[in-house]
Design a protein. Structure first.
Length: 291
């Protein structure tokens, strides 16, 4: 798998990224399964892993740290992301928090769990509407100056939120972690994708298969899209998943894989070699616009 620069200021990452968003804590079974997945990723050339403090009910980073500690792989050969910003209250609802104490605690916990001295990218997940962007930016610069984070990113930011935070920073935001797939193209229509590219960055894309909707959705739009993916796939000797992910690669995005299935991970990696024609790419895009 090829390595590409995430932005004009770095870092260099694998074209496909593995993320732990959907993982759940099941004790030793989680550790065993994660080791298998990490081994497969490294075998396929995926060296970039996306974490967050809350993934796996705050356990995924710790499992990953234990696995990597046992490997012969060098830390400098890995690219590790982590993020924070979304919290869950005792009453069961989610809220956003960009406070200084919370971010510092989250970064320190991620470093400890991942057993590393630095994060290649720290992403702020969601802009806190009660926060103070200038103070948040100052803290992020402090963390970067200390060496605990090498680059700054954001996750699920609108164009204006992206601009607001970056206007207070003295270094660029290297990416925005957004939802995008053939079932959800809102990031194309609302300008987020264009803005990220304007910043000389590549977007990170979560839910590239729409959480399985592209493969298993029962609504009319999903059925029509699936039929079109099958039709175009025959031209390239590729399956539905490969064509759906190839469509994203060709748009200049980097998909985040979250599946535990070896076949799906392999499909996402092999999709990077598929080059759709202009006509085929736009035929798929036009299918997404159907009501």
């Amino acid at each position: 798998m090829q390595r590409v620069y995430l932005s004009d200021s770095g870092p260099k990452v694998s074209e496909a990224i593995y993320g732990f968003w959907r993982w759940e804590d099941q004790g030793n079974e989680t550790l065993k399964t994660m080791e298998q997945v990490v081994n497969l990723c490294l075998e396929l050339g995926i060296n970039t892993f996306d974490h967050a403090d809350r993934y796996g009910n705050y356990t995924s980073e710790e499992y990953f740290g234990k696995i990597i500690q046992q490997k012969s792989v060098k830390r400098e050969d890995l690219v590790l992301f982590s993020k924070c910003g979304i919290r869950r209250s005792n009453r069961g609802f989610s809220y956003f928090d960009n406070s200084r104490d919370y971010i510092i605690e989250s970064v320190e916990n991620s470093l400890r769990r991942l057993k590393t001295d630095y994060l290649d990218i720290f992403l702020l997940d969601q802009l806190d509407r009660l926060g103070h962007p200038e103070e948040t930016a100052r803290l992020l610069m402090e963390l970067a100056k200390s060496g605990k984070i090498k680059h700054i990113g954001v996750s699920n930011f609108t164009v204006f939120q992206h601009q607001l935070l970056e206007s207070n920073l003295k270094r660029p935001i290297v990416t925005n972690h957004i939802e995008l797939s053939l079932s959800n193209t809102s990031a194309i229509e609302d300008g987020r994708l264009d803005f990220i590219k304007q910043r000389f960055s590549k977007p990170l894309v979560w839910a590239p298969l729409a959480g399985g909707e592209i493969l298993n959705g029962t609504d009319h739009k999903s059925a029509v899209l699936r039929a079109k993916l099958e039709e175009i796939g025959r031209k390239y000797d590729a399956n539905i998943e490969q064509i759906a992910v190839a469509w994203l690669y060709q748009l200049g995005t980097l998909p985040i894989i979250g599946s535990l299935s070896e076949a799906r991970i392999r499909n996402a990696v092999s999709a990077s070699a598929i080059k759709l024609s202009h006509e085929d790419w736009y035929e798929l895009y036009n299918t997404t616009l159907l009501k």
